[in-house]
Design a protein around this ligand. Structure first.
Ligand code: G1P
Length: 306
């Protein structure tokens, strides 16, 4: 069974839901506490043993490339000022030399097309695909948990989790087949179904291990949901020839493509940080109690005279 050495990060999306923040800055560089969203996702891949990081970018995304490079002037200044802790943080976040590749998706034709744009860099080997909108909090990380299922069954592996029926139309949904100790056999997939057409309430949560045959299928993939070339549609074709396993991630997932998900991620990660958790918890409790009071309906007779 081939090891998973390379990971694709599609980062070409416009981030219109976060305007004006994303007018001049990629949405993947929005911060959760003090690190950009993309750093969390790259860290998850590194923890799982990924050696090569392939970013599919678009216009106005070059700052992502700068983020994963050495900032010579900054490092010199930090050194001069004896800021060793800050230097260590920067160095820990940096992928090794030669471990990143950047290619551009020239037109916004869909997630499947973005993945296909990385085909020559990945080559003929299985790879991981991590969607940076979805930020995962768990130990071990989501991709590490998926590697256990890959080690057992090989083939293709998708991280899944339950959602409310009213949310199924926002995601890819899988059908739950035979269960085993690492998860289950996926027997159906559908991209953004109507609730009545969804085979379950299990969403494809943005982490995949895929075999390279997916690239040939993507090459001729017709447009699907939203008029875009969908990775899910190519996976449906691949599932006719190869196994797809579903792994329920043991941890928390934040859909940082939505404002509420992004804000919740900030709260959860801040509360998990030893350096600020106590102080932040106190600040949050204060905000919540003031907010609760403000929301209470005026007591009988206590309101302003009509
Ligand atoms: C993509 C996938 C979808 C998946 C989702 C997770 O959709 O096509 O199957 O459930 O990511 O975030 P998108 O969010 O790009 O519309």
């Amino acid at each position: 069974m081939s090891p998973i050495r390379k990971a694709i990060f599609p980062v070409a999306g416009l981030g219109t839901r976060f305007l004006p923040a994303t007018k001049a800055m990629p949405k993947e560089m929005l911060t959760i506490v003090d690190k950009p969203v993309i750093q969390y996702v790259v860290d998850e891949a590194r923890e799982a043993g990924i050696e090569h990081f392939v970013f599919v970018t678009g216009r106005n995304k070059s700052v992502i490339e700068d983020h994963f490079d050495i900032q010579v002037e900054l490092e010199l200044t930090l050194k001069e000022r004896g800021k060793t802790q800050e230097m260590e943080i920067l160095q820990a976040d940096l992928p090794p030399p030669g471990a990143t590749s950047f290619t551009r998706q020239q037109a916004p034709l869909g997630l499947g097309h973005a993945v296909w744009c990385a085909r020559n860099i990945v080559g003929q080997e299985p790879f991981a695909l991590l969607l940076p909108d979805m930020v995962m909090q768990g130990e071990p990380g989501c991709l590490s948990q998926m590697l256990a299922a890959y080690g057992k069954h090989g083939g293709n592996v998708i991280a899944v989790e339950e959602t409310e029926p009213e949310n199924v139309h926002k995601y890819g949904i899988v059908g739950v087949g035979e269960e085993d100790e690492t998860g289950f056999h996926i027997d159906q997939m559908v991209e953004k179904p109507r609730p009545e057409d969804a085979p379950s309430n299990m969403i494809i949560s943005g982490r995949y291990i895929l075999q390279p045959e997916i690239f040939d299928l993507l090459e001729n993939q017709a447009t699907g949901a939203g008029g875009e070339i969908q990775i899910t549609d190519a996976m449906i074709s691949l599932a006719k020839q190869q196994r797809f396993s579903g792994v329920r991630f043991d941890g928390r997932t934040f859909d940082c493509g939505s404002k509420v998900g992004f804000l919740a991620a900030n709260v959860a990660f801040a509360l998990s940080r030893n350096d600020i958790a106590d102080e932040f918890h106190a600040a949050l409790t204060d905000i919540m109690s003031k907010d609760a009071k403000a929301r209470q309906p005026a007591e009988k007779g206590g309101g302003p005279a009509a």
